[in-house]
Design a protein around this ligand. Sequence first.
Ligand code: ZN
Length: 270
Amino acid sequence: MEAHLTILGTGSALPTFQNSPSGQILDLCDKSFLIDCGEGVQLTMRQMNLKTSRLYSIFISHLHGDHCFGLMGLISTLDMMGRTQPLHIYAHPDLEKLMRPQMDYHLKDIRYEVVFHAINPRRKAVIFSDRTVTVETIPLKHRVPTCGFLFYEHHRRFNSLTREFYYETRKRYAYCSDTQYKESIIPQIEGVDTLFHEATYTEQDAFRCKKTMHSTARQAATIALKANAKLLIIGHYSSRVSNHSIYLQEAQEVFPNTLLGVEREIYQLP
Ligand SMILES: [Zn+2]
């Protein structure tokens, strides 16, 4: 089955005219998953004519504003567009604590249910699973509790020899943002089809990168290489770097099969 990734925002904390904060949509097994929801995500979705009705659930990596400030606006718009099915949001438990009072004030009359699922970003765990897709947390290392997400497609199959059912895993997509270089994630994402890894800085800003607990493009590529990923997509660019080809060049020196994450682009996943 085909899988697509639509990148809505590739910027980091400070929005620029060039880049919006984090947000991407993974289409897997006829379901649309939104991963992170920075300010402006709903506008980009509408500009791209993406069907918001297909939105199944939302996964928030951490509670820095550039990864979640877009939620209130999106929730409100979904109501205006007539949503009736529940919306599931997977995030650190503080998100619900922070958003409930604001929702009780501004969105008390919305006509669908918003269900918060508390996740522990420090622990690797399955947080979602249905007939065809499973999602696991990938514990990352950042200034606040943060986790990435590993999505994989699985299908129930019957083995005629053993006469038993088994699950066959197909496409796997790993999202790792925000994080400093962290080799302990490699076994979990070993052989992944597509890895999205943040690359906030280039080598020139290596010192700043360490201080803010982010990764350089070269570090993202090193993780992809050591994990035997098939494809690496990078993003979460610093507002300090306007020429993104430097990121690509530095990453490709280590891992040639790297693509620059570009906003409003749709990537067909291997
Ligand atoms: Zn962050």
